[in-house]
Design a binder for this molecule. Structure first.
Ligand code: NIG
Ligand code: FE
Length: 408
């Protein structure tokens, strides 16, 4: 005899792209049954087992995909850097601005001056845009504090966003983002301080899920980042890296040695970097918003990443300097138009591969039995439309852990 299933909620009236294995894996005329916030059943609606349910939702058409995952943002920051945008349009480079005390240093100054409440207000406004465009999980980095007090302040604000919005927030400590003014000319001494004092206290606070570094000529060397990674791993924190963004500098291979969750940017990566990532299982996070804003011309080697089967995620890199981007769907479009992704790869990059870049692929990023019921119903005729439109309001219904969770 068939046992009757009792769902908390049952969803019908849509086509489905599950994104299992990074592919659309479509199911037309689908249904999803949810118990306790997780998917209990999914498949063709006409194959539903005998069931009852507390609430039945008819989505009345459209396509359902996993909730989008923005796996690389710097959403919490003070002030903004629109003035630098104008400078760059007048021909001053990102590197020159950084060397003149602008760039990340300008955001550090503004972030240190703001209170928790001020930072929360401005980051909430930015987060709202991401969520309204389909994001259900977001990563937020620190890195504009660069002292224990201010890094903790940023991480606390980032974590608290999940109290106000229906979103999962993953926090990343980016203490090795830039050299703070008080350590000018003493990068090694700053890394000593970070390793001896900051990282242990941050690990102790439980406010960071991972640790990230900027490995570049204007930031930290591979040798400095290695000390930082060793400390992080000793404290049980997984690592990530910003690497090969402005030059080929060695960060990616170092990150692979430390089994980094992801290496991000990667325009200047080499084939040897890709081979190292393939063997360590590190996700390549590509950031078309920063590429576009900096008017970079060196493209990340997407064909080679494909050849080596390195999973490619995409993210907004939302930050005040190089990527003032508040739509992950726009990044899906740019991954296609600027980097040669297919729309299917772009959706995988903003769902299952983004989940892997955060170490969340067991629970998030695709729709299958046992995973969290985070999904979006889009007003589109095919999932490729998600990468096709620039802007527009495509989101019909936003579901977080099996509940309708719209964001005003
Ligand atoms: O991901 N590359 C370094 N960090 C940021 C830029 C941050 C900034 O300019 O404020 C990035 O592009
Ligand atoms: Fe970044």
């Amino acid at each position: 005899m068939n046992q009757e299933i009792h769902f908390d909620s049952l969803w019908v009236g849509f086509h489905l792209a599950t994104m299992e294995d990074g592919q659309y894996n479509t199911v037309t005329d689908a249904a999803i049954g949810v118990i306790g916030g997780n998917i209990e059943w999914l498949g063709k609606a006409n194959a539903l087992p005998v069931h009852t349910c507390d609430t039945k939702h008819d989505l009345q058409g459209g396509w359902v995909t996993p909730g989008l995952i923005d796996c690389h943002t710097h959403l919490v920051f003070g002030g903004n850097r629109a003035g630098e945008f104008e400078q760059r349009l007048n021909g001053v480079s990102y590197k020159q601005i950084a060397e003149q005390g602008g760039g990340i240093a300008a955001s550090v100054k503004a972030t240190r001056e703001e209170s928790d409440e001020q930072l929360l207000t401005s980051s909430a406004r930015r987060l709202r845009s991401l969520l309204k465009d389909g994001v259900t999980t977001v990563e937020v980095k620190s890195g504009y504090g660069l002292s224990l007090e201010h890094e903790l302040k940023m991480l606390k604000v980032a974590r608290s966003l999940a109290e106000y919005f229906p979103v999962d927030v993953q926090t990343t400590c980016l203490a090795a983002h830039a050299l703070p003014a008080e350590y000018q000319g003493q990068a090694d001494a700053y890394i000593d301080y970070v390793c001896a004092e900051m990282l242990p206290a941050i690990a102790q606070s439980g406010l960071a899920d991972a640790v990230d570094a900027f490995c570049e000529g204007i930031a930290f060397t591979p040798a400095q980042v290695e000390r930082y990674f060793q400390t992080a791993q000793g404290l049980g924190l997984p690592v990530k890296i910003h690497s090969e963004q402005l030059s080929s500098f060695g960060g990616t291979q170092l990150a692979a040695q430390y089994h980094a969750l992801s290496a991000d940017h990667l325009e200047y990566m080499t084939e040897a970097d890709i081979a190292a990532m393939a063997s360590s299982g590190t996700v390549a996070v590509l950031l078309p918003g920063a590429y576009f804003t900096l008017r970079e011309t060196q493209q990340p080697p997407v064909n080679l990443l494909r050849d080596y089967h390195v999973p490619m995620a995409i993210a907004t890199d939302a930050n005040p300097g190089t990527s003032p981007v508040l739509s992950l769907r726009l990044m899906m479009n740019m991954a296609c138009t600027l980097f040669g992704f297919t729309p299917e790869e772009a959706l995988a990059g903003a769902t299952i591969h983004a989940a892997k870049a955060l170490g969340l692929e067991q629970t998030h990023g695709s729709l299958s039995v046992g995973k969290t019921a985070d999904f979006i119903c889009w007003d589109v005729e095919s999932p490729g439309e998600l990468s096709y439109w620039l802007g527009g309001e495509l989101l019909k219904t936003r579901v977080k852990a099996g509940e309708v969770a719209h964001v005003a």
